[in-house]
Design a protein around this ligand. Structure first.
Ligand code: FES
Ligand code: FES
Length: 154
């Protein structure tokens, strides 16, 4: 058995889960299905989670490589009372969600950016989210949402 922390809670990882991808483990063992599987080969960003604060594509990360680390998924972002985190609310308010499939990955990438740079320029937002694909929105509302969250969080 080995431990890692997911959304603030310690979890014990069984031997057989060590070789799984973090995405597989999060979705199918922990049943945290907010993290999406878009391509499973590291190109779409839908599976983005934070590992020790850094945005990572969980389909490309082995569970064995994150033992002892802290994982944050979209489920861990909401407030303790179950209301949306201001960044999640900004996505709603800016109309940045259509089908919603890309949204958890977008939010986690944006969250990682805002923790490092609370006032990112539009260009920096675009660059930081360039690895997250969205088939629906045309991206502008997503960039708007991150700007809105930046204003509201500060
Ligand atoms: S599912 Fe991981 S990058 Fe697409
Ligand atoms: S809202 Fe549908 S893929 Fe982004």
């Amino acid at each position: 058995m080995a431990d890692l922390k997911v959304n603030g809670k310690m979890v014990s990882v069984s031997e057989e889960d060590l070789e799984k991808s973090l995405l597989d483990y999060i979705r199918n063992t922990l049943l945290l299905t907010g993290t999406k599987n878009g391509c499973n080969i590291g190109v779409c960003g839908a599976c983005t989670v934070l590992v020790d604060g850094a945005a990572k594509r969980s389909c490309k990360v082995k569970v064995s490589s994150v033992i002892g680390k802290e994982i944050l998924t979209i489920e861990g972002l909401e407030n303790a009372d179950g209301t949306l985190h201001p960044l999640q609310q900004a996505f709603v308010d800016a109309g940045a969600i259509q089908c919603g499939f890309c949204t958890p990955g977008m939010v986690m990438s944006a969250y990682s950016l805002l923790t490092k740079d609370p006032h990112p320029s539009r260009e920096k937002i675009k660059k930081s989210l360039s690895g997250n694909l969205c088939r629906c929105t045309g991206y502008q509302q997503i960039f708007d949402a991150v700007e809105l969250a930046s204003e509201e969080l500060n």
